[in-house]
Ligand binder design. Structure first.
Ligand code: CP
Length: 306
C-alpha cells in the first residue's frame, strides 16, 4: 500500500498492525519518538476547512520528528486560484515533500493526486466520497472502547447521503463478523445505494429505521453525524435539520456499556450539558478525536518507513 485513498485498502492485518503501533506510540515518552521521521516532510494540502484531520496529521508528523509544509486554505492561497490543475499541483508538491495529505471538495480528487505523485498520498476527505483515516480512527476507537470489532450493533445516524465518514466506515465494518448496522437518517438523506449493495455483497446485516429513540437501547455504538449544510440544498437542509438529536431526554436510553461517537464537528444533533460531555463514559467522541492523533502517527510510520 503506497497511498491511502479509500478504506477498502485496509485489510484486517494492516488494521491490527496500526492499532498495535498506535497503542505503543501513546505510551512512549515524546523524546523517544523524535528520530522516527527526522528529515521527512509532510505537506498538508486542504481545499476545505478542517480542525481535526489537518491538526492531528501535522501534530503526528511533528511528534515523530518530521517537518510540515502547508497552506492555510489551498482553494484560495494555492495556485489553484490561477487555474492550476490538481495533477500539476501534486507533481510539484511531491518533489518538495515525502508525503501529502489532501482534502478536496471533489470526489476522486485524492485518486487523481495519487496517479501523478512520487510520494504517498493520503486522502483526508474528498467531497462526498471517502475519508479513510476517519474510518480508521473510528474502528480503532470502537476496538478500544468495547474491546472488539466483531459481534456488535451500530446505529449510524444523520446525513448519510453526503457523509464521507460513514461511507468509509461501512467499508471497514464489512471486514468484521456479525456486525449489524442500523441506518437512521432523514428521508431525503438516506445512505446511497452503492454502499447498501456493497454491504449486501459482503453479507453485512443492515436495516433502516426512522425512530432514533427506539433503537438507542439496542445498539452498542451510536455514531451520530452532522447534516452537511454545505453539501446539500437549503430545501434538503431544512427538511432534515433537527430531526435526530441526542439530548438529555434520550441520552439515558443509551446503555452504560454503549458508546456515543461522532466524527465531529458536532452542532445541534448532540445537545448535552458540558458536564455530561466531560464526565460520562458513554460520550466517546473526544477520545475518538484524540485517537486520531495516534493512529495517524502509526499510519505515517507505516507509509514512510515500510
Ligand atoms: N472529522 C473530521 O474530519 O474533522 P475535521 O473536518 O475538523 O478535519
Amino acid at each position: 500500500m503506497k497511498h491511502l485513498l479509500e478504506s477498502q485498502q485496509l485489510d484486517k492485518e494492516i488494521l491490527f498492525e496500526l492499532f498495535k503501533k498506535a497503542d505503543d506510540l501513546r505510551k512512549l515518552e515524546p523524546e523517544n519518538l523524535l528520530n522516527e521521521l527526522k528529515g521527512k516532510i509532510l505537506a498538508t494540502l486542504f481545499y476545505e476547512p478542517s480542525t481535526r484531520t489537518r491538526f492531528s496529521f501535522e501534530s503526528a508528523m511533528l511528534k515523530l520528528g518530521g517537518e510540515v509544509i502547508s497552506t492555510e486554505n489551498a482553494k484560495e492561497f494555492s495556485s489553484a486560484v490561477k487555474g492550476e490543475s490538481i495533477e500539476d499541483t501534486i507533481r510539484i508538491i511531491s518533489s518538495y515533500a515525502d508525503c501529502i495529505v489532501i482534502r478536496h471538495y471533489e470526489d476522486g480528487a485524492a485518486k487523481k493526486a495519487a496517479q501523478v505523485s512520487r510520494v504517498p498520498v493520503i486522502n483526508g476527505g474528498d467531497g462526498k466520497g471517502q475519508h479513510p483515516t476517519q474510518a480508521l480512527l473510528d474502528v480503532y476507537t470502537i476496538y478500544r472502547e468495547i474491546g472488539r470489532l466483531d459481534n456488535f450493533k451500530i446505529a449510524i445516524v444523520g446525513d448519510l447521503s453526503s457523509g464521507r465518514t460513514v461511507r468509509s466506515l461501512c467499508y471497514l465494518l464489512s471486514k468484521f463478523t456479525n456486525i449489524e448496522i442500523i441506518f437512521v437518517s432523514p428521508e431525503n438523506l438516506r445512505m446511497r445505494e452503492d454502499i447498501k449493495q456493497y454491504l449486501n455483497e459482503k453479507q453485512v446485516k443492515f436495516r433502516e429505521e426512522e425512530d432514533l429513540n427506539k433503537i438507542l437501547e439496542e445498539v452498542g455504538i451510536i455514531y451520530m453525524t452532522r447534516i452537511q449544510k454545505e453539501r446539500i440544498s437549503q430545501e434538503d437542509y431544512e427538511k432534515a435539520c433537527g430531526k435526530f438529536i441526542i439530548n438529555l431526554d434520550n441520552f439515558n436510553l443509551i446503555k452504560k456499556s454503549s458508546r456515543l461517537m461522532h466524527p465531529l464537528p458536532h452542532v445541534e444533533e448532540i445537545c448535552l450539558p458540558l458536564e455530561i460531555e466531560q464526565q460520562d463514559e458513554r460520550v466517546a467522541y473526544f477520545r475518538q478525536a484524540e485517537n486520531g492523533l495516534y493512529i495517524r502517527m502509526a499510519l505515517l510510520l507505516f507509509l514512510l518507513k515500510n
